[in-house]
Design a protein around this ligand. Structure first.
Ligand SMILES: [Zn+2]
Length: 285
């Protein structure tokens, strides 16, 4: 999909162009203004102002970055985002503007699974309480915001492998709707090194009921990646990691039918499609 070219907010100033250093070229995610996607919204030229504009979706700040000489807001859209028009609030200095952008429907595929042994999907009271506590903790981590100058949204795949379960698939167990798939599954043997998609800081290391051993990497400005079902974790909260650095080894901890990596991408608190952030050659796997 084409980038959304919204109103140019801040006009070009040729004089400032002579004195401001040019900003590094970022590789932006593909724009897909659908629930579970990322709306890439043009905000204007970097020549006009030396501080990035700031943008908010509701109360949640969103990532603003430069690509060449233009500012873009990268707006993560949760899977439950209503279809229709939405507002992005953008401020630059004393100026505040509202940008209207559309969100279109996306029919994600359905997956129906019949299980004879329902004990695997019916949780005990204790397990259900644990899972609910963990969902609340994960919600908190997803909203984490750290301002950074070097957020890199051009991700590498965390492991080489066949792409399995895609993001957003609507799953039904014995006809009962479950949460849609919140990440991308990569088929890898147990013990495969799992690498950071981009540089960042380890935000949390946890062992969850559903996701198993999980590492959260905070890339700054609300962009966070999760690596789940790991067999072993070789990172600690607060560690600085570089792109491609090994975080641990793959496995099938938590609720996983076999060894694989479940990789999730969070942007401004929303789980979004990881495939929007990887190169076309990786998407063809
Ligand atoms: Zn998965």
């Amino acid at each position: 999909m084409q980038r959304l070219l919204a109103t140019i907010l801040f006009p070009t100033c040729a004089l400032l162009a002579l004195i401001l250093p040019s900003l590094a070229q970022a590789v932006l995610p593909r724009s897909s203004s659908v629930p579970g996607g990322v709306a890439v919204i043009a905000l204007g030229t970097t020549y006009a102002i030396n501080e990035p504009p700031q943008a908010w979706l509701g109360e949640q700040q969103v990532f603003v970055t430069a690509d060449g000489h233009r500012w873009y807001a990268l707006v993560g859209l949760a899977l439950d985002t209503p279809v229709g028009t939405h507002e992005l609030r953008v401020t630059s200095g004393d100026e505040t503007k509202i940008l209207i952008f559309p969100v279109s429907a996306k029919p994600y595929p359905e997956q129906h699974i019949t299980l004879k042994d329902t004990s695997k999907i019916r949780l005990s009271v204790a397990d259900e309480q644990r899972a609910n506590r963990e969902v609340a903790a994960i919600q908190g981590l997803k909203r984490h915001w750290r301002r950074a100058q070097d957020t890199d949204p051009a991700f590498r795949l965390p492991a080489e492998g066949r792409l399995g379960g895609r993001f957003g698939v609507r799953r039904f167990f014995n006809g009962e709707a479950r949460s849609p798939h919140s990440g991308l599954d990569i088929a890898v043997a147990r013990g495969t090194p799992i690498k950071a998609s981009a540089s960042g800081k380890v935000l949390a290391v946890e062992d969850y009921f559903f996701n198993g051993k999980t590492v959260f990497v905070d890339h700054g400005n609300g962009l966070i990646t999760l690596y789940c079902h790991l067999d072993r974790i070789d990172a600690r909260p607060g560690d600085a990691v570089s792109k491609g650095q090994t975080l641990g080894l793959s496995g099938k901890t938590g609720r996983a039918s076999g060894p694989h990596l479940h990789w999730s991408v969070v942007l401004n608190g929303a789980m979004v499609d990881p495939e929007l952030f990887i190169a076309p050659v990786d998407r063809r796997r």
